[in-house]
Design a protein around this ligand. Structure first.
Ligand SMILES: Nc1ncnc2c1ncn2[C@@H]1O[C@H](COP(=O)(O)OP(=O)(O)OP(=O)(O)O)[C@@H](O)[C@H]1O
Ligand SMILES: [Mg+2]
Length: 294
């Protein structure tokens, strides 16, 4: 009888353990499912540039609402990089605003055409807006708004910058340096304006890429303070495009991601180029040989 009882108790225990194991497995499966779903939804919320060879440097892409500086010297390829990114975003159904403070709209359209990118199609269907702005007009409007706002120093950047009736997912600014020069002598105003702009982009969940011209990449030890320097600390990410000068006399291009808050990045200077009929290309090869970055 005692034996029989023991067997019964054991059977019950096994049954209970089985139940527990099943429940644990079920909860583990549910947790896993939840994690995958959350990762999926995070992925959906992040933005991949579609630039050849670039996205593998950024784990999971740019989270929505991030502001990234695209910096580099003259002719390094900042505009081509951003135009390439703009057309790729349009292809994915995103609404894109390209704000130029330098080249006129027709020239940017022509650059895109040269690479075989049909910007007109997206401009017609309202997915793309390429607009040239006058930085001096902006500086004047900011001044007027600031004198109205007086102590608060809070201005509404929308009427000064983002066109009405267009709600973009992605904004490209070409370039912050041009805006900064229009504020020359009024650096504190530029700073206030930038703070408002970055806040606006973030609160409207707009992912932005802002070009900044650098005579010398700042992190390479340059001591010269450039126009627009104030924005470095406001940005979530920095992409540097370099012009490479090899000892052999050859010139090349390279790209590096300096920072991207909350994201794992490949920290390496990668070979890059601007390829006819293709656009901006990042190669899966770190820079080799003797060279200087400019
Ligand atoms: N269709 C094309 N095919 C190949 N290379 C091109 C093409 N269009 C432009 N390039 C190259 O890209 C370079 C300029 O790139 P981009 O205009 O993006 O530079 P940038 O960094 O914006 O310069 P800036 O500071 O003067 O605005 C040119 O000097 C040219 O060598
Ligand atoms: Mg340019």
């Amino acid at each position: 009888m005692a034996e029989f009882l023991k067997v019964g108790v054991l059977e019950n225990r096994v049954k209970k353990m089985g139940k527990k194991i099943k429940m644990r497995m079920k909860s583990r499966m549910e947790n896993k499912k939840r994690k995958v779903e959350s990762a999926k939804s995070n992925k959906e919320e992040s933005f991949l540039t579609g630039i050849q060879g670039f996205d593998s440097l950024v784990d999971g892409g740019f989270p929505t609402g991030m502001a990234t500086l695209v910096e580099g010297g003259p002719g390094s390829g900042k505009t081509v990089f951003c135009l390439n990114l703009a057309i790729n975003a349009c292809k994915k159904g995103k609404k894109v605003l390209y704000m130029s403070f330098e080249e006129p709209e027709f020239r940017l359209r022509s650059h895109m055409k040269n690479f075989g990118w049909d910007s007109e199609q997206y401009e017609k269907n309202g997915k793309l807006m390429i607009r040239r702005f006058n930085a001096l007009d902006i500086a004047r409007s900011v001044e007027a708004l600031l004198s109205e706002a007086k102590k608060e120093l809070l201005i509404d950047v929308q009427p000064v910058l983002i066109p009405k009736d267009f709600e973009p997912d992605i904004v490209l600014v070409d370039s912050l340096s041009s805006i900064a020069s229009a504020f020359s002598g009024e650096e504190s105003r530029f700073r206030i304006y930038m703070e408002q702009l970055f806040r606006y982009l973030e609160s409207h969940k707009i992912t932005s890429f802002l070009i900044r011209e650098t005579a010398n990449p700042t992190h390479l030890g340059g001591i010269f303070v450039e126009p627009g320097e104030a924005v470095s600390f406001l940005s979530d990410g920095i992409i540097s495009i370099y012009s490479v000068f090899y000892e052999t006399g050859r010139r090349g291009r390279a790209l590096e991601i300096i920072k991207l808050r909350g994201t794992d990045i490949k920290r390496m200077v990668m070979e890059a180029n601007i390829v006819k009929g293709k656009g901006f290309v990042v190669y899966n090869t770190p820079l080799k040989g003797k060279y200087k970055l400019t």
